[in-house]
Design a protein around this ligand. Structure first.
Ligand code: ADP
Length: 161
C-alpha cells in the first residue's frame, strides 16, 4: 500500500490542486490531503472552511482522505506511515522554494521522500492568490475553481470593505 501526503494551505483549493490529487492517485494507492493551519500566511479562509472545500472537491475520489494538520510535516507523514510527500510544480517560480523545502524535510527525516507532479498545462499558472485577486475584482472564476468554491470566494470577498 503506497500512501502519499499532499500538504498545502489550499486557500482555497483550485482546479490545479485537484489535478495534482487526480494524478497522484495514479502513483499512490491512497492520498491524505493535509490542510495546513498556516496562520502566518494569513489565509482568507480558516482551516475548517478550507478543509470543507477540499472535502467537497474530492468527494467523488475514492482513496482520498482530508485532514487538517499543524506542526512539523515530516512528523505528520511518519505518524501516518506514509511513503512520500506530494507537491505540485507549476511553470512559474515553484522550483527554488520546493527544492529548499524538500531538502530540509529530507534533512529532518531521511526516510521521507518528496514526489513532484506537474499539472496539466491549463492549470500550470494557477495560484490561489491570483484567483483571490480575480474574485475580489469580480472576474469569472469557473475555469479556476469548483462552483461552490467560487460562490464562497464571492461571498467572502463581497463582505470585505
Ligand atoms: P503551500 O502554502 O504549502 O505552498 P498551496 O496550497 O499554495 O500551499 O500549494 C500546495 C501545493 O500545491 C504546492 O506544492 C503547490 O506548488 C501546489 N500547487 C498549487 N497550485 C497548483 C497548480 N495550479 N498546479 C500544480 N500544483 C499546484
Amino acid at each position: 500500500m503506497k500512501l502519499g501526503v499532499y500538504p498545502g494551505t489550499f486557500d482555497p483549493i483550485t482546479r490545479g490542486h485537484a489535478d495534482i490529487i487526480a494524478r497522484s492517485l495514479r502513483v499512490f494507492d491512497r492520498i491524505i490531503v493535509a490542510v495546513a493551519h498556516n496562520p502566518n500566511k494569513r489565509p482568507l479562509f480558516d482551516v475548517t472552511e478550507r478543509l470543507e472545500m477540499v472535502k467537497l472537491v474530492t468527494k467523488d475520489f475514492t482513496h482520498v482522505e482530508v485532514e487538517s494538520f499543524d506542526g512539523l510535516l515530516v512528523q505528520y507523514v511518519k505518524k501516518h506511515g506514509a511513503q512520500a510527500i506530494i507537491r505540485g510544480l507549476r511553470a512559474t517560480s515553484d522550483f527554488e522554494y520546493e527544492f529548499q523545502m524538500a531538502l530540509t524535510n529530507r534533512k529532518l527525516d531521511e526516510q521521507v521522500e518528496t514526489v513532484f507532479l506537474m499539472p496539466s498545462e491549463e492549470y500550470s499558472y494557477l495560484t490561489s492568490s491570483i484567483i483571490k485577486e480575480v474574485a475580489s475584482l469580480g472576474g469569472a472564476l469557473a475555469d479556476f475553481v469548483h462552483p461552490e468554491v467560487a460562490e464562497r470566494l464571492r461571498c467572502r470577498l463581497r463582505r470585505q470593505p
